[in-house]
Design a protein around this ligand. Structure first.
Ligand code: SAM
Length: 294
């Protein structure tokens, strides 16, 4: 196995799908903004997802399934006979089985080399996986997933752009960094954006969580830009549709979304833009859906 894949496998087997002292998976607490202010926004994502999944079928494949962290994710396959949970790491598979019971069929599989016949599954979800596949094998993975899809089936990929427009806003215009430097603006910073540290009294009321850079094993991450998708699949027998999944990623939420009503209001406005302009927001935001129909 290639080193990049070994790195990913090792990350998820030895760390990512272990739980921390708070009872959360390390992967979730390191890479997901789990503050209460994000709840309604995440719920809207799940609703959007339900709309694009074909309503029913025989086999729903969850490629790079993880341990089925979210209840909302589990419901995506409720009208399918089985959920085929496939992952390159072993650790998440017993957890997925525990979460889904007899509905789940689990297999340790690399998405770049799938040991299934052509046209075997009805729908495939590949969420937050492809950018952990070696950069020069991501096209192969997409073609493999397409190969095993039945005619009439749908492949749904959740991807992450490298430094999306909204991520860059969060990094370069972070009010937590900028406001204290502008004379007269400290009050605005103090009121809305001052970083609170978990475990202090100050954090008690707000529940604000600051995602730090924890010490963890290395994880391979290499997303391609939109232009790569446009060029790479020009001669393939399918077209890729880009729709907004979640425009807000960690850099943006850490910078601009305070854990109170102003944060909720801002997220509601962004979700409104995502619904009204799904293609534009797919390009500007952090996480697009890439949808391929067969
Ligand atoms: C960020 S987690 C996402 C888990 C789940 N899909 C979700 O959205 O909650 C990435 C998962 O993809 C798996 N993965 C990474 N590369 C893979 C590959 N080449 N084949 C199969 N699974 C892979 C990892 O082991 C890990 O469990």
């Amino acid at each position: 196995m290639r080193n990049e894949k070994k790195t990913v496998q090792n990350f998820y087997d030895s760390y990512g799908w272990e739980k921390n002292a708070a009872g959360d998976f390390n992967d979730t607490s390191d890479f997901v903004d789990t503050r209460p202010v994000m709840e309604a926004y995440s719920h809207r994502f799940a609703q959007r997802m339900e709309k694009i999944i074909p309503p029913s079928g025989d086999i729903f494949m969850d490629a790079g399934c993880g341990p089925q962290v979210y209840d909302a994710y589990r419901k995506f396959s409720k009208n399918y006979r089985h959920r085929l949970c496939a992952d390159i790491a072993f650790a998440p598979l017993p957890l997925a089985k525990e979460a889904l019971g007899n509905h789940a069929i689990c297999a340790q599989i690399d998405v770049t080399q799938i040991p299934f016949a052509d046209e075997a599954v009805d729908c495939i979800l590949c969420a937050h996986v492809l950018y952990h596949v070696p950069a020069d094998e991501q096209a192969k993975a997409i073609r493999e997933l397409y190969r095993i899809l039945k005619p009439g089936g749908r492949l749904i990929i959740i991807y992450s752009w490298p430094r999306s427009f909204m991520d860059r806003l969060g990094i370069h215009l972070n009010p937590r960094v900028i406001l204290p430097k502008i004379p007269g603006m400290r009050w605005l910073w103090r009121t809305f954006f001052r970083k609170r540290v978990l475990g202090t009294d100050e954090a008690g009321d707000s529940g604000e969580q600051v995602n730090s850079s924890p010490m963890h094993p290395p994880l391979y991450f290499n997303p391609h830009p939109y232009s790569w998708f446009k060029h790479t699949f020009q001669d393939d027998p399918f077209t890729l549709q880009f729709r907004c999944c979640q425009a807000v990623g960690l850099p943006f939420s850490n910078a601009f979304v305070p854990n109170h009503w102003t944060g909720k209001l801002l997220l509601r406005f962004i979700a409104f833009l995502e619904d009204c302009f799904p293609r534009t927001m797919a390009r500007l935001g952090t996480y697009p859906f890439i949808i391929i129909d067969k």
